[in-house]
Design a protein around this ligand. Sequence first.
Ligand code: NAP
Ligand code: G4F
Length: 325
Amino acid sequence: MTKRRALITGITGQDGSYLAEFLLSQDYEVIGVVRRTSTINFARIQHIQDDITLVSGDLLDQGSLIAILSEYKPQEVYNLAAQSFVPASWKQPVFTGEVTALGVTRVLEAVRTVDPTIRFYQASSSEMFGKVREVPQTETTPFYPRSPYGIAKVYGHWITINYRESYNLFACSGILFNHESPRRGLEFVTRKVTHYVAKIKLGMETQLPLGNLDSKRDWGYAGDYVRAMWLMLQQDKPDDYVVGTGETHAVRELCEVAFSYVGLNWEDYVTQDPRFMRPAEVDLLVSNPNKARHVLGWEPEVSFKQLIEMMVESDLEQLKKEHNL
Ligand code: NAP
Ligand code: G4F
């Protein structure tokens, strides 16, 4: 029997790497779109590079997306590519809109013109809820985005629904709450904290400068969340789903868990630095993932504490290896 073929944009990112691993474990052939960079940035997919096919393309380049779909003919497309760091979206709002908003239309247009039977997944975000209109947030909670990134994601979400309704595409939008892992970029708060904790423990740093300690997020494990993406594309009909743990924790709690894991008191090391405050903040995110639970049968398996401890452990190991300790 021929293998199912899936295409992932954003395969070099955190989620792309976990999704590629998961799809390989389900016996898929995996095609990953990578954009041209002056230095190779395949660290997250190095270990599976021989098992996947990497092709050159960019969400800014419509022609490249059409050519890739025409050549590789996937049955499923997961659009994970984005400018995904919220503070960068204030510095580069137009670029963020081009990639994170219009990029979605470019992929959808490629799907529509090359093969409208392709099943499409869009990586939507809880950042769309922003200044939350209700607690917890569901698929029907109104959006109030608070950053150019959040606004770009609202566009990506609605254009996905519009292509589903206009052209009858099998297009799904996963509204995913924050998910983290040892492969999380160093600029995001969880990884920043766990990396600094490891450095402080090993005597390489003395302080951890942070922004808003009171903001609260619904943090889960990325390895759990890619399963939900796949499950959405295996249903009888396309739909949108909120994916999260249903629990929320403040940044200060994250610090508490990470520092106490290595026997330190976070209050001795954390400082507040205005450079990391945002022009407009999303204060509280917490999901109601009941629909994903009941329709997809999805449940997160890694708890908040397990996640943060796993990340500290991995950062300790990595630093020890790099510094021959
Ligand atoms: P990430 O680590 O920042 O990865 C982003 C990926 O997009 C990278 O592979 C990046 O390639 C690629 N990319 C950026 N611009 C591109 C372009 N113009 N053309 C092609 N590829 C491009 O993000 P992530 O955490 O894995 O998140 C995956 C997706 O889920 C993103 O769309 C993000 O906005 C969304 N999301 C994430 C979370 C979360 O908590 N992680 C929650 C909700 C939604 P390079 O490696 O070349 O930069
Ligand atoms: O880790 P963060 O940068 O993630 P944020 O802004 O919630 O965005 C992430 O999750 C979204 C899903 O809701 C994704 F769509 C998006 O792509 C990305 O993956 O910040 C989390 C919170 C914020 O409230 C921020 O103000 O942590 C607070 N924070 C406090 N000090 C900090 C810092 N964030 C960062 N990055 N760095 C700090 O020093």
